[in-house]
Design a protein around this ligand. Sequence first.
Ligand code: UDX
Length: 436
Amino acid sequence: MRLTVVGAGYVGLTTAVCFAHLGNEVMVVEKLPEKVQTLKEGKVPFYEPGLEEMLKENLSLGRLFFTTDLKEGLDFSDVIFICVGTPQRPDGSADLSQVEEVARETAKLMESYKLLVEKSTVPVNTHKLIKRTVERYLKRRGKILEFDVVSNPEFLREGSAVRDFLEPDRIVIGVESERARRIMEELYKDFKCPIIFTDPATSELIKHASNSFLAMKISYINMVADLCEKVGADVRLVAEGMGYDKRIGREFLRAGIGWGGSCFPKDIKAFIKMAKDHGVDFSLLEEVDKINQRRAVQFVEKVKSVLWSLKDKTLAVWGLSFKPNTDDIREAPSLRLVPMLLKEGARLKLYDPKAMENFKKLYPPGKDLDYAPDMYSAVEGASALLIFTEWEEFQRADLSRVKELMELPIIIDGRNIYEPKVVRGLGFEYYGVGVP
Ligand code: UDX
């Protein structure tokens, strides 16, 4: 099929590259000319395993095209994926101005039937606003053209975006017309997972409800971890014991320093606001968010209780990205932790396999903050090693070497990446989250 994707951000680019990989011809419309240039050269402007190789391959196969011109995109195909950003507004709601712009400009430029597919995470009933906007502008032009709006939310995770796209747990499609349904069925016909057809409002809600539920699972286990620390229980085993119950499931029960990223923090706030706007008090989710905010404060308290004063102490930090396999630091726990530790007078030596360049833009090297070229340089002379992200590289570290390099062999692990017995056996003082 021929497809058009508007917006070459995380979701848009992954969607475009993966659909091209599956044999479709895809035109990506992106406003920023420098981004279009970078992509045409086969470079992905962020780190996502596997994506750049697939981009290059599909460019050379002539299945992937980039343009800054929406008209070119609309002339290219009838199926238009809306993958633009929906950033957070100060009141927590989603800023939909970019979605509105795509709807408006499409209506001004389209000359034949178009199927507008919402991929961006949007509040429930956004499809109605898109529809109304397109209708108004078509009417203004005196054009009678058919179009449909479909909700087809994306559930991919950063760091495993390609696999999540190609092998999803489910595909959710909210449609109103038979014509739109047939196009979407054709598009996804080779996927083996369940495909759920709903009305658009239900589909829009599934996305927000899923993300909020996952965030809630993590906040829940984080509270259980706090309790485990008080009573000498092991949260990892509590999670395992709970997770075997199929009704609960094992995923997203890893206790730690909290969730971050471009989705959970923004989506949960938007969901709370949306519920409030409709007169539904979803204070359960407000608590989920508050628990998450407290994780960083509690972690710093733990560091202080272990090291007493942090003033002029050198602390090594491993991991800055909000999760492994990405260079994304949006809403990462590190962004809350680093300023708090600096305020306590600590000197930080930071290391992350991919996210240091992004972090440097916000925290340039200075008197009390420096970046290490590798994980071992980071721990040299450190009074403690703090782990913020569970990169595999850290799990495979030569801990005997780490111990030799440190001033004091203390590890305060915010992600439970080590087995306490093993690390203690090597002579470390070790503190995890919710582990005895
Ligand atoms: C999330 C959703 O999983 C995805 O379906 C949606 O499309 C976008 O938002 P993503 O933000 O890429 O994906 O990351 P995810 O793997 O879900 O992790 C989010 C945060 O939760 C990370 O900070 C991660 O470290 C944290 N997390 C995850 C935990 O603290 N414990 C867990 O058990 C799982």
